[in-house]
Design a protein around this ligand. Structure first.
Ligand code: ZN
Length: 238
């Protein structure tokens, strides 16, 4: 695979993989800073205490700042399904974008192209399943918005690099809507026990990005239920 990785920036911010010693998750981020240059120097500054494995600028240039076999510090306090502290078992990928605080932009075609190549490469190398390709806001919904509603998860799903429901399903009758919403989000992986409302918003950023203010409860519930069913289908196929 034609993947050119620059290694002329290195981050000192990493630890050793120890507890589980597996890599089975990919976390996508945006940098949320005013320029690629400032983000790179932040991620490589010992004082920042943050880092990432991979970094992709707007032109689609790819850097590796921390080797895969080290734990990069990108996820922070996080939870998905029964897993906490996702840094330990994941690869972090930062996409340059000013983010919500500095003039949120569309991600570029070149970014998607190289990101998709990189994800394919990592999937093959570590046997990562597509239900574990996640956004930062999925695993830290109370603290993080990235990569946010401008990130096109559906594009990744079309290339089998992410999950998107094939169809919008009808809701099962005789199920309490509140319970169905809660349980579907829980079973997708969101930390609804601690952050119910934030999890709903993280879900919307990812799966109803053109309709963040969706307030027709039935429409939202149908999407959540359909996504949950798609996750279940994918997981039962492993
Ligand atoms: Zn992030």
């Amino acid at each position: 695979m034609n993947l050119t990785i620059s290694k002329n920036y290195k981050s000192p911010n990493y630890s050793l993989r120890k507890s589980l010693n597996i890599i089975d998750t990919i976390i996508l981020h945006y940098t949320g800073m005013d320029s690629a240059k400032s983000a790179l120097s932040h991620l490589c500054n010992e004082k920042s205490r943050v880092s990432t494995h991979y970094f992709i600028n707007e032109k689609g240039k790819l850097w590796q700042l921390v080797e895969d076999d080290k734990v990069a510090w990108h996820a922070g306090v996080s939870k998905w399904l029964d897993r906490k502290n996702l840094n330990e078992t994941s690869i972090g990928i930062e996409l340059v974008n000013p983010g919500h605080e500095h003039g949120y932009k569309e991600f570029t075609f070149e970014q998607y192209e190289i990101l998709e190549k990189l994800i394919k490469y990592l999937i093959n190398k570590y046997d990562i399943k597509i239900d574990r390709i996640l956004g930062h806001s999925d695993i830290a919904p109370s603290r993080k918005l990235d990569p946010g509603e401008k990130f096109n998860w559906q594009r990744l799903a079309k290339k089998n690099l992410s999950i998107w429901p094939e169809n919008i399903l009808n809701l099962p009758v005789a199920e309490d809507p509140d319970e169905l919403l809660y349980n579907s989000l829980l079973n997708i992986g969101y930390d609804v026990k601690s952050y119910y409302e934030d999890s709903i918003f993280a879900f919307k950023r990812r799966f109803t990005p053109n309709n963040l203010l969706i307030n027709n409860r039935n429409d939202l519930l149908k999407m959540v239920y359909s996504v949950y069913k798609e996750f279940s289908k994918i997981r039962s196929s492993y």
